[in-house]
Design a binder for this molecule. Structure first.
Ligand code: NOJ
Length: 753
């Protein structure tokens, strides 16, 4: 029988008056006070079962009647994977009207790079070096997802990924802590709008906390061995940026780091997240990650697993029901303090209040008709795909001109409407995809003769029967556009690879096409960096697209014909081969960096002496340079950097460094350059990376235009966790570069006193 319903609890008149009268700038904290008092009032009324119920996230069984009793008993805090607004309302109605306290359910879903309108995968968005792309994409995803009643997404993934074998590198923003921080924070802001109480706001979830991307061997779920200093300098900053952007929730990661699974890691969940960063949202486990601690060998059984994760600071458990089953006895036996439970429930209720769920638990079922695939959403998705494409090679064939009358389109990714959407598109619909083939046909109309002979039917296809037909078609063309890459299923969670070469017979296809003597423009559509050196050699031009989403085809068509100019830059280093991994630009120097006297394998004289090879740090067969470095990407124009100077030679740690330089567009097309500023701390209490990205900026210049640019960098941002794990700027000499990628440019030096 219903005895009490929270919707009857009214705000005290005093507090309401306070909200109405307070000036705008303090209104937020008063609103927070109101929420805190509502949380406390509600908490006082809750039984232990209801508290643990809030900490319980269930996966939808698909059958409302099956879930009814649990919800009516108040034992469900969140439901995962419901997407139909009518059903969501029905479930919510049970919670609000049939449960004793009427606490609404938080409906959740993996909305990772778009709900219906699919944007480029996050790695592609990172290639734009444009936080507005990420923010707008997330805003649109939230507008679409909230239109059906989803109020919480498990995104952004801000795991640093320095190993392209790891399939989940697709889901993050690449290898760099600063780029990932900027893009992750922008994504949080996009989802959550200006305030969580906005009806179109969706709570973000920074994941996977923490170190998941450092998985040994690039194999998913594997262990990590990250030191505390490395955690603080590399892996934690994007998560901190997410809290500063207001991320409402965090998700623990599957991995164990140095022997401790994240889902029971008190140091990261309590010391760092709560105490150092003052995070007041809630922490959810990953899917059964608390229970998996049994398989890790960190808990003997479900009871111990539940106790360890609750005590470490987990607030909500995803789908394994251990909190509801095991914590009552654990509390009775004094293994878990009820105060821990109360705090977890406070954190969850706080987010529900902030989202306005108590006031507006239901969704207007008509909203979706206007929201899904709205014209401006498709337009924004196309812009994102344009900015995310990276031109890696061009012998001058691109952009295609009016002299091109016959185009042979080949390759398994030319018309792959599902695969170009990429990983994690539970709700994306390939019927809405514009493929490159469709877009090119539409764009060139009758002016260009377009033939399509895929050669291979899908990216793993090894059957070469079609290759002959593709080559025959290509022989008559002015240019061959070869669309290769990876099907969506080859990247993302649990989809790791030990080889980074093109799958199936794709490289052979390109090689055969190149033998025709016709220019081959290779367009890669993939979920990770691939080692495509030989394919690049066989191509006149190479345009790389991380799975570009719904509007990828239009974006690529416009880029190929010069209606848009490539401006993307690589968010991850492209190794020549798997053997070079780990390979990332911000590595330490070693005591024996390469100095130019190395001898590669084919040049080693017979019976060469032991020390004849230079004794520096490189591979005999692959050298020390990547295929393409971080930050690299060409344009249809040329950008030149000159006159780099600093406003001073010596700075105090509280001053701001001003880097002045000139950027010139010396080509004949208007284009955008991603200007990158890197620094290097020459000598410190611990060895520091040879370069670190500190700022980036997109600058658009007309043909022939020159611009004097100043980039400001507070010296405070040279701080790092030093030998004592203190976050400090250490005095000394630094180098600073401004350039178009992580490997070019000449540095200037300065000192910090
Ligand atoms: C497991 C994944 O690791 C996580 O990223 C995702 O959000 C959850 N499953 C929920 O689907």
């Amino acid at each position: 029988m219903k005895t009490f319903n929270v919707k009857h609890i009214s705000l005290s008149l005093g507090l309401m008056a306070m909200i109405a009268c307070t000036p705008k700038n303090v209104r937020l904290s008063s609103a927070d006070d109101v929420i805190e008092s509502r949380v406390e009032n509600l908490l006082k009324m809750m039984t232990l079962e209801e508290k643990l119920g809030q900490m319980n996230q269930i996966s939808s069984s698909g059958n409302i009647d099956e879930m009814r009793d649990l919800i009516a008993r108040g034992e469900v805090g969140s439901i995962l994977n419901e997407t139909d607004p009518e059903r969501i309302n029905q479930l919510q109605k049970i919670a609000v009207e049939e449960s004793r306290l009427g606490i609404p359910i938080l409906m959740s879903r993996d909305v990772i790079h778009g709900f219906k309108t699919i944007f480029p995968i996050p790695l592609g968005q990172a290639a734009s070096f444009d936080p507005e792309i990420a923010q707008e994409g997330a805003r649109i995803a939230a507008i679409e997802a909230t239109s059906v009643g989803i109020k919480w997404t498990f995104s952004p993934m801000v795991d640093i990924a320095r190993d392209p074998r790891w399939g989940r590198c697709a889901e993050g923003y690449g290898e760099d802590p600063y780029l990932t921080s900027v893009m992750g924070a922008a994504t949080v802001k996009g989802y959550q709008a200006d305030s969580l109480s906005d009806p179109t706001a969706m709570a973000a979830c920074a994941k996977h906390f923490v170190g998941y991307g450092a998985t040994e061997g690039g194999r998913d779920y594997n262990s990590t061995g990250i030191s505390e200093r490395q955690l603080r300098n590399v892996y934690l900053p994007p998560f901190k940026a997410a809290t500063e952007a207001g991320a409402a929730t965090f998700m623990t990661s599957f991995n164990d780091n140095d022997g401790v699974p994240s889902t029971a890691n008190k140091f990261i969940l309590d010391n760092v997240l709560r105490k150092e960063w003052n995070f007041d949202g809630f922490v959810v486990t990953d899917w059964e990650s608390a229970k998996e601690m049994i398989k890790h060998g960190f808990a003997a059984d479900e009871h111990e697993a539940a106790v360890k994760s609750a005590n470490a600071g987990v607030d909500m458990e995803m789908v394994s029901y251990m909190f509801v089953k095991e914590l009552p006895s654990a509390i009775k036996q004094g293994e878990v303090d009820i105060k821990k439970i109360d705090n977890a429930v406070r954190n969850i209720l706080r987010v529900k209040y902030r989202l306005g769920l108590f006031e507006h638990p239901y969704t207007d079922t008509n909203l979706k008709d206007k929201a899904l695939y709205a014209d401006d959403h498709l337009k924004a998705a196309k812009k994102a795909a344009v900015e995310s494409a990276v031109l890696l090679k061009n012998n001058g064939i691109l952009p295609l001109g009016s002299n091109i009358k016959k185009v042979a389109i080949v390759g398994p990714m030319a018309d792959a409407s599902y695969d170009q959407l990429g990983t994690w598109i539970f709700d994306g619909e390939s019927e809405h995809t514009v493929t490159p083939l469709a877009a090119i046909r539409k764009m060139v109309g009758n002016n260009v003769n377009v033939t399509f002979e895929p050669g291979l039917t899908y990216s793993r296809d090894k059957n070469k029967d079609g290759v002959r037909r593709a080559v025959a078609a290509a022989k008559n063309a002015d240019v061959i556009l070869a669309f290769v890459g990876e099907e969506a299923i080859l990247s993302g969670e649990a989809h790791c690879l030990a080889s980074l070469e093109l799958q199936g017979a794709q490289s052979e296809l390109i090689a055969e096409l190149s033998k025709t003597g016709k220019p081959v423009v290779t367009v890669v559509i993939a979920g990770r960096p691939l080692s495509i050196g030989k394919d690049a050699d066989n191509s006149a031009a190479l345009l790389y697209n991380f799975h570009p989403g719904t509007m990828g085809g239009e974006a690529i068509a416009e880029l190929l014909w010069g209606k848009a100019v490539p401006s993307g830059k690589l968010p991850m280093t492209f190794p020549k081969s798997v053997g070079q991994i780990p390979m990332y630009y911000a590595h330490n120097n070693t005591g024996r960096p390469v100095v130019g006297n190395e001898v590669l394998i084919d040049n080693i004289p017979l019976h060469a002496g032991q020390t004849s090879l230079g004794c520096t740090s490189f591979y005999l067969d692959e050298g020390w340079t990547p295929l393409y470095p971080f930050g690299f990407g060409l344009s249809y124009t040329k950008f030149e950097y000159s006159n780099l100077t600093l406003d001073k030679t010596t700075y105090n740690a509280n001053e701001t460094i001003k880097a002045n330089f000139t950027l010139a567009n010396t080509g004949n097309m208007e284009a955008t350059e991603v200007v990158q500023l890197y620094t290097h701390d020459i000598a410190a209490s611990v060895t520091r990376p040879v370069k670190e990205l500190k700022r980036f900026e997109r600058v658009t210049l007309k043909p022939g235009e020159k611009k004097d640019i100043t980039i400001e960098l507070p010296a405070q941002e040279l701080a790092f966790y030093n030998i004592d794990n203190q976050y400090v700027v250490e005095p000394g000499q630094f180098e600073l570069w401004v350039s178009g990628d992580s490997q070019s440019g000449t540095p200037v030096t300065f000192e910090v006193k």
